[in-house]
Write a protein that binds this ligand. Structure first.
Ligand SMILES: Nc1ncnc2c1ncn2[C@@H]1O[C@H](COP(=O)(O)OP(=O)(O)OP(=O)(O)O)[C@@H](O)[C@H]1O
Ligand SMILES: [Mg+2]
Length: 387
C-alpha cells in the first residue's frame, strides 16, 4: 500500500514558504536562501508523492532553486517597501487576476433559443440591482451544465456584456495545474478584484475539475481551492454589499460534482441542445449580413435536430456553408496571397446568396460527438438535481 504523504508535505511547504518570505522581509539573505532550498526539496518530494502532478512540482522545485540563487540580487533590485511581502504576494495574485479580465461585447441577442435560461439570468441580475428588503437574497452562484457547445460560455459572456460588467473567466483545471498549491490564494484574489471592479461576472469553466480530483492524488490542492471558492461564495451571500458579483460555473459532467459544491449552487440550469425554433434563430445569427433569401431555414433546422447538432455545430455548419460559397465565387483566392496587406484591404470578397446546396455540402462534414445516451444522461441528472 502506498502512503499518501502529500498532506504533511504540503503543510511543510507552506511553512517553509512563510519562513522564506519572512526572512526575505527581514533581509536575512542566508536564511531566505536556505528556506528556498528547503521549498525546492519539498517540491521534489511532492513530485514523487503526487505522480499525476510531478511535472508541476518539478517546475516549482526549479523555480525555488532559482529563487535560492537570486534572492540577494532581487532584494537589491527591489524598492524598499513598507508593506511587507504578504501584501506584495497578494498584489501579485491580484495583478494575475487583472490580466484575466475581459470586456465582453456579447449580448443576449447573440444567443439563439435558451429563452428560459436567459430569462432566469436576466431576473437574477435585475433583482441584484434593485432596492429590496434584506430577506430577499439574489442568487450568488448559478451552475450551467450541459453537453459541449450549447452556449454556456456564451451565456456568461452575454451576462457580462449586457451589464457592461467586468468579466473574469477562469478554467478551474488550468488554475489548479498552473497555481496548484497557490490556487486558493488566487481564488481569494479573484473575489477581491471582483468586488473592487463590480459589477462583475466571475465565470468558472470546467468546474468539475475541482470536485473530480477530490479523491485522487491532487486532493489536497483541489480541496483548498474548492473550500476557498466556497467560502468566497458564502462571504458574498452574507455581505450586504451593493457590489454585484455573480459567479457562473459551467460543466459538461455535473454528475462529478459533490454535495458541498451543489449546495452553493441551488440554481442549476440545463443548457441543452437547441430545439427547432432555436436552431432557426442560431442559423440566422450565424449568417448575419449574408443573403439567405434562397434558404429554407426550417428545413435546415429540421436536419440539425436529426443530426443532434449543438449551437457550436450550428455555428460551424454556417461557417462551412459560407466558405463553400466564398471559395466558389473567388477561385483565385490563393493567388492574391502575394499582395501586400494594404492592397488586400482595397479589394472585397465576391459574394452571392447562400444556397441550400452550400448547406448540404457542409452537413457532410459536421458530425456531432454526442449520442442519445449522452443527452439522456443530462436529462436524467437534470430531473434529479436540476432547478
Ligand atoms: N444558443 C446559441 N446561440 C448562438 N450561438 C451559439 C449558441 N450556442 C452555441 N453557439 C455558438 O457556439 C460557440 C460555442 O459555444 P459555447 O462556447 O458557449 O459553448 P459551451 O456550452 O461553453 O461549450 P463547452 O461546454 O464545450 O465549453 C459559440 O461561440 C457560438 O458561436
Ligand atoms: Mg464553454
Amino acid at each position: 500500500m502506498t502512503v499518501d504523504l502529500s498532506g504533511p508535505l504540503y503543510a511543510s511547504l507552506e511553512k517553509a514558504k512563510k519562513q522564506f518570505e519572512k526572512a526575505k522581509r527581514e533581509r536575512n539573505i542566508e536564511l531566505a536562501k536556505e528556506k528556498a532550498r528547503e521549498c525546492a526539496r519539498i517540491s521534489k518530494a511532492l513530485a514523487k508523492n503526487v505522480p499525476n502532478y510531478a511535472d508541476i512540482y518539478l517546475k516549482q522545485a526549479d523555480d525555488w532553486e532559482r529563487k535560492a540563487e537570486h534572492v540577494a540580487e532581487k532584494r537589491r533590485l527591489e524598492k524598499p517597501t513598507s508593506g511587507g511581502s504578504e501584501t506584495d504576494e497578494e498584489d501579485e495574485y491580484k495583478s494575475q487576476i487583472e490580466a484575466l479580465i475581459l470586456k465582453s461585447k456579447v449580448t443576449w441577442k447573440d444567443i439563439g433559443g435558451l429563452e428560459q435560461v436567459k430569462q432566469l439570468m436576466m431576473e437574477t441580475i435585475v433583482i441584484s440591482g434593485l432596492n429590496k428588503p434584506d430577506a430577499i437574497k439574489p442568487w450568488k452562484g448559478i451552475l450551467l451544465f450541459g453537453p459541449p457547445g450549447t452556449g454556456k460560455t456564451l451565456l456568461a459572456a452575454a451576462a457580462a456584456g449586457s451589464l457592461n460588467a467586468t468579466f473574469i473567466s477562469v478554467e478551474a483545471g488550468k488554475v489548479l495545474s498552473k497555481y496548484f498549491g497557490e490556487s486558493s490564494k488566487l481564488i481569494s484574489a479573484l473575489y477581491e478584484v471582483a468586488r473592487e471592479r463590480a459589477p462583475t461576472i466571475v465565470f468558472i469553466d470546467e468546474f468539475d475539475a475541482l470536485s473530480l480530483s477530490r479523491d485522487s492524488d491532487i486532493s489536497e490542492a483541489s480541496r483548498r481551492m474548492l473550500s476557498s471558492l466556497l467560502s468566497a461564495l458564502d462571504g458574498l451571500q452574507d455581505k450586504k454589499s451593493k457590489n454585484f458579483v455573480l459567479t457562473l460555473a459551467a460543466t459538461n459532467t455535473p454528475w462529478n460534482l459533490d454535495q458541498a459544491v451543489l449546495s452553493r449552487f441551488p440554481r442549476r440550469i440545463n443548457v441543452s441542445l437547441p430545439d427547432e425554433a432555436a436552431c432557426r434563430e442560431i442559423i440566422k445569427i450565424h449568417t448575419k449580413d449574408l443573403d439567405i433569401s434562397n434558404i429554407e431555414i426550417p428545413k435546415i433546422a429540421e436536419k440539425c435536430i436529426e443530426k443532434m447538432y449543438s449551437g457550436r455545430d450550428l455555428s460551424n455548419l454556417c461557417q462551412l456553408t459560407m466558405w463553400n460559397m466564398v471559395r466558389e465565387e473567388n477561385k483565385n483566392l490563393s493567388e492574391l496571397a502575394n499582395l501586400s496587406y494594404e492592397e488586400l484591404t482595397k479589394r472585397s470578397l465576391k459574394l452571392r446568396s447562400l444556397e441550400m446546396k452550400d448547406f448540404y455540402d457542409a452537413f457532410e462534414n459536421i458530425k456531432t460527438p454526442l449520442s442519445e445516451k449522452d443527452i439522456d444522461r443530462y436529462d436524467q441528472w437534470s430531473k434529479e438535481f436540476g432547478e
